[in-house]
Design a binder for this molecule. Structure first.
Ligand code: MLC
Ligand code: AMP
Length: 512
C-alpha cells in the first residue's frame, strides 16, 4: 500500500541531498534509503513481517537508524531498548513484547528470540546496498494505523510499561513540530541524545527525516566536543535535555571563551530546543547571556509525544513550555476532573492525534486513562495571563526525572529489596541544579545483618560496606542511570499516620 504519510515522503524530490554524518562518514538520502531497503529485505528473509515486533538494542550509530527504519519498512513495530540496560530490564521487555527479532551489539544470552548482531547487519546491508543502485529514494509507505513503536517508560508501578504509538500518532506530531519550529531542508541538527527514547528517536531522528533536514550524529554527549562541533559542523539546530545545557555552559566557561567569541560563533545558529525535564530559568537566562540565544522549551511525554512548545517567532518565556501544538487540545483539571479557572493549578490532560493507542498488554489501565479521549499526564501546571503554560511538578512523588530520564522510585526500591541485607527502602528525588533530581535511597538494613555488621565492623564501616556492595548488586538489575547517587542508612524510616513511609518527611530531611 502506498501511503502518503510515511516519514520519508519529502525525500523523493531530492535523493542526492545529504542526510547523515557520523564521524568522517556521510550518507546522502539515497545511500541511506538503499541501506534501509537492504536491511528491510534481510529482516523479511529472517521472517519479520507485518504485525511483528523488532527489538533494536544498539548504541547510537547509523546502523541503529537503519535498523529502525528497516523494521518499519518490513511492516514491524520497533521496540527500542537501551544497549546499556541491565540484563533483567531487557529480558523483561523481551518477555513482554515477544519480538520476532532482536538486533543487538553482540550476542545476548540467554535470549528467547532470534537475534542479529550489528556487524552482521552492517556487512549484509553494505553488500546489498552496493548491488542496489536505484535512482530514487522512494520507499513503500506504511499503514498509518499500524503500530510503529512500543516504547517502554517508567511509571508509578514497579516495572516500566510499553507505550504503543501508531504511525499516524508519529506523523501527526512530526508535522506539528515541523511547522512550529520552522524546520526545513536547510537545517542541520546536532544529535547527541540517546536513541531509545522518543526525544532522540522520534522527535530528533524521524523529525529530521520528515522535515528533510540533515543530522550530524554523535555517539554520546560530551559537552566540550558538542560545543566545538556545533559551530565547526555548521549546525543550525540542537535538541537537548536541561542537563546538556547546564554542561554546555560549563564547557564554555572551562574553555575560557569570552562571550563575544561564543556569540560570534553562534550568530548563524537557528534554534536551541530543550525538553524532557524542566529547564531552570537560571539556565535559560545564563544561556541567553553567554550564547546569545533564547532556548525554546517544549513539553512532551512518551504517551503523547510533544504537546506544548514556546513559539518560534514570539516570546520564549523562561520557565514556560508555551502553547499547545497545532491540532492538540490541552486542559488543566482539578482532582474531580473539572477544568480549573485561568491562573490556577491543575493536572494536564491531553487530547489529539498524537495521543498513544494504549499500553501494551494493559487494557484496564487504558480504559481508565483514555476512556474519553483525554490522556491524564500526572503533571501539574498553570496558565499565565498570556496563555503560556508553566509545568510546576507531578502528582506522584514516586516518579523522578534525572538528567531527562524518567525513573520509577518503586522500580529502584523493588530492586534494593531483593538484597537480603535491605529490610526497607524508600527512594526520593533531591533537587539538583545539573541533573534536575538526584536519586537518593533511604535504607533500613535487616536487623540480623545490621547487628552482625555493627558488632564486627562498627556502624560507619558497616554502612560503607553496604554502599560499596549496593551498586554492584544493582548492576544486573538496573541501568546505571537508575542507580541512586547516594544512600542514607536509617535505623527507622519516618512514617505518616497511616503507618506508611513518609516521603515528604524524607525529602524534608534532605533539605536540612
Ligand atoms: C548514562 N548512563 C547510562 C546511560 N547514560 N547508563 C545506562 N544507560 C545509559 N544510556 C550512566 C552514566 O555513565 C553515569 O554512570 C550515570 O548513568 C549517571 O549519568 P550522568 O551523570 O547523568 O552523566 P552522563 O553519562 O554524562 O549523561 C548525561 C546525559 C544523559 C545528559 C548526556 O543523562 C542523557 O543522555 N540524558 C538524556 C535522557 C533522554 O533522552 N530523555 C528523554 C526521555 S523522553 P557513571 O558510572 O559513569 O557515573 C521524554 C519525553 C520528552 O522525556 O518530553 O522528551
Ligand atoms: P517520559 O515518560 O520519559 O516521556 O517523560 C515525560 C515526562 O517528562 C513528563 O510527564 C514531564 O514530567 C517531563 N517533562 C517533559 N518535558 C518537560 C518540560 N519541558 N518541563 C517539565 N517537565 C517535562
Amino acid at each position: 500500500m502506498e501511503i502518503k504519510s510515511h516519514y520519508f515522503t519529502r525525500w523523493s524530490a531530492n535523493p542526492q541531498a545529504p542526510f547523515l554524518r557520523f564521524g568522517y562518514e556521510k550518507w546522502s538520502r539515497l545511500e541511506f534509503v538503499q541501506e534501509v531497503k537492504a536491511a528491510a529485505a534481510l529482516l523479511s528473509e529472517r521472517g519479520v513481517g507485518r504485525g511483528d515486533r523488532v527489538a533494536v538494542m544498539l548504541e547510537t550509530s547509523p546502523a541503529a537508524l537503519v535498523a529502525v527504519c528497516a523494521a518499519h519498512l518490513a511492516g514491524a513495530a520497533v521496540v527500542p531498548l537501551n544497549a546499556r540496560s541491565a540484563q533483567e530490564e531487557w529480558q523483561f521487555v523481551l518477555s513482554q513484547t515477544r519480538p520476532s527479532l532482536i538486533i543487538s551489539e553482540s550476542a545476548l544470552s540467554p535470549v528467547a528470540c532470534p537475534s542479529l548482531v550489528r556487524h552482521e547487519l552492517e556487512e549484509q546491508i553494505r553488500q546489498a546496498a552496493i548491488a542496489d543502485r536505484q535512482e530514487n529514494a522512494r520507499l513503500r509507505g506504511v499503514d498509518p494505523n499500524d503500530l510503529a513503536f512500543i516504547c517502554f517508560t517508567s511509571g508509578t508501578t514497579g516495572r516500566p510499561k510499553g507505550v504503543m504509538l501508531l504511525h499516524r500518532n508519529v506523523i501527526a506530531n512530526l508535522e506539528a513540530l515541523r511547522k512550529t519550529w520552522q524546520w526545513t531542508e536547510q537545517d542541520r541538527l546536532l544529535l547527541a541524545l540517546p536513541l531509545f527514547h522518543v526525544h532522540g528517536l522520534i522527535v530528533a531522528v524521524l523529525g529530521s527525516i520528515w522535515s528533510g533536514s540533515e543530522i550530524a550524529l554523535y555517539p554520546s554527549f560530551e559537552a566540550s566536543v558538542v560545543l566545538e562541533a556545533l559551530s565547526v559542523q555548521r549546525c543550525t539546530v540542537f535538541m537537548g535535555v536541561p542537563t546538556m545545557y547546564y554542561r554546555l555552559l560549563e564547557a564554555a566557561q572551562n574553555a575560557n571563551l569570552d562571550r563575544q567569541k561564543i556569540q560570534a560563533r553562534f550568530q548563524g545558529f537557528r534554534l536551541f530546543i530543550s525538553g524532557s525535564a524542566p529547564l531552570p530559568s537560571s539556565t535559560h537566562s545564563r544561556f541567553q547571556e553567554v550564547f546569545g540565544h533564547s532556548i525554546l522549551e517544549r513539553y512532551g511525554m512518551t504517551e503523547t509525544l510533544m504537546v506544548l512548545s514556546n513559539p518560534y517567532g514570539g516570546q520564549r518565556k523562561p520557565g514556560s513550555v508555551g502553547f499547545p501544538l497545532q491540532g492538540i487540545e490541552v486542559s488543566l483539571v482539578d482532582d474531580n476532573g473539572y477544568p480549573v479557572p485561568q491562573g490556577e493549578i491543575g493536572e494536564i490532560l491531553v487530547r489529539g492525534p498524537n495521543v498513544f493507542a494504549g499500553y501494551w498488554n494493559c487494557g484496564e489501565i487504558d480504559r481508565a486513562i483514555l476512556g474519553d479521549g483525554w490522556f491524564r499526564t500526572g503533571d501539574v501546571a498553570y496558565q499565565d495571563d498570556g496563555g503560556y503554560f508553566f509545568v510546576i511538578g507531578r502528582k506522584s512523588t514516586d516518579i523522578l526525572k534525572t538528567s531527562g530520564f524518567k525513573i520509577s522510585a518503586r522500580e529502584i526500591e523493588d530492586a534494593l529489596l531483593q538484597l537480603p541485607s535491605v529490610a526497607e527502602a524508600a527512594v526520593v528525588g533531591k533537587p539538583d541544579e545539573e541533573q534536575g533530581e538526584a536519586i537518593v535511597a533511604f535504607i533500613r538494613g535487616s536487623e540480623e545483618l545490621s547487628d552482625y555488621l555493627n558488632r564486627s565492623l562498627g556502624p560507619s564501616q558497616a554502612a560503607e560496606l553496604l554502599k560499596i556492595n549496593l551498586p554492584h548488586f544493582l548492576g544486573a538489575r538496573l541501568a546505571r542511570y537508575k542507580h541512586p547517587s547516594s544512600y542514607i542508612f536509617l535505623k527507622d524510616l519516618p512514617r505518616n499516620s497511616m503507618g506508611k513511609v513518609s516521603k515528604v518527611r524524607l525529602r524534608e530531611m534532605l533539605e536540612k
